[in-house]
Write a protein that binds this ligand. Structure first.
Ligand SMILES: [Zn+2]
Length: 265
């Protein structure tokens, strides 16, 4: 009898160890797959210019995990009726029927036609100021396109054996939820390599000093991460119009704060 008990214990321990090994291998596989597919996505994003490059950075998508408290959100929804100040974030999603008049700024990239002149003026002045290379890496992206690749990514995780719930969580780490990106508005541009080192360039320095004169502000500031719920993005500049840009900088506010400020005043 004692011998039998020993055998049973040995079998249980053995099965437990095997299960542990299998689980580790599965996790490793998912990790490898996720990082690999992220790279592929990155390439696709650059080719299509339709989807956020910064989506590839897992850390930048914390916005879905943290939501504003109900009072804040209610205040923000009371926002002023100004197309330049439309706020999109995890709490304020664009309607799926949102449409706008787009204009090309080069062969592939489009932007809200109402800001084309100021954007081109700014880029021209930057080049004339000899601040080094500057180009728009990414501009408008349609909600439909984002929805398509968002759903495809979920299905991909499901086919790998993830539950739908977990597949959505994993997807949100690499793709912005459709309708929650400034780029869906056609009012935002990403400059150069969509790289954190952009803030060490003279182009960034120039933007910090002059972008407001063309109606642009740094959308995701380092010191406002708690409010925007998005990690600092030195490359992402948002159009809000000259007077609002100047006022925002003067008040030292990000868009969430500014819209709330206006709705209260
Ligand atoms: Zn961006």
């Amino acid at each position: 009898m004692k011998k039998l008990t020993k055998i049973i214990i040995v079998i249980i321990v053995f099965v437990f160890i095997i299960a542990l090994i299998i689980s580790s291998i599965k996790n490793l596989y998912v990790e490898l797959f996720v990082s690999k597919s992220k790279k592929i996505e990155n390439v696709n994003f650059e080719e299509s210019n339709n989807i956020e490059n910064e989506n590839s950075n897992v850390n930048e998508n914390i916005l879905y995990e943290v939501v504003l408290n109900e009072n804040d959100a209610a205040q923000i929804r009371k926002q002023i009726n100004d197309w330049r100040l439309v706020l999109v974030n995890s709490e304020n999603q664009l309607p799926s029927n949102f449409s706008l008049d787009l204009a090309y700024i080069d062969k592939t990239r489009q932007i809200d036609s109402r800001i084309k002149k100021e954007l081109e003026q700014m880029l021209g002045d930057m080049k004339r100021a000899k601040i080094g290379d500057i180009w728009v890496q990414s501009a408008y992206r349609s909600v439909e396109y984002q929805e398509k690749i968002y759903q495809e990514k979920i299905e991909e995780y499901v086919s790998l054996g993830e539950t739908r719930e977990r597949a959505e969580i994993l997807t949100l780490k690499v793709i912005n939820k459709p309708g929650t990106s400034d780029h869906n508005l056609g009012l935002a541009v990403d400059f150069n390599y969509v790289d954190y080192n952009f803030d060490k360039t003279s182009a960034y320095e120039w933007l910090n000093q002059n972008a407001e004169n063309y109606g642009f502000v740094l959308r995701y500031r380092k010191d406002k991460e708690e409010i925007t719920k998005i990690d600092y993005e030195p490359w992402h500049w948002r159009y809000v119009g000259v007077e609002h840009a100047k006022k925002m900088n003067e008040l030292d506010m990000c868009l969430e704060e500014y819209v709330e400020y206006l709705s209260l005043n």
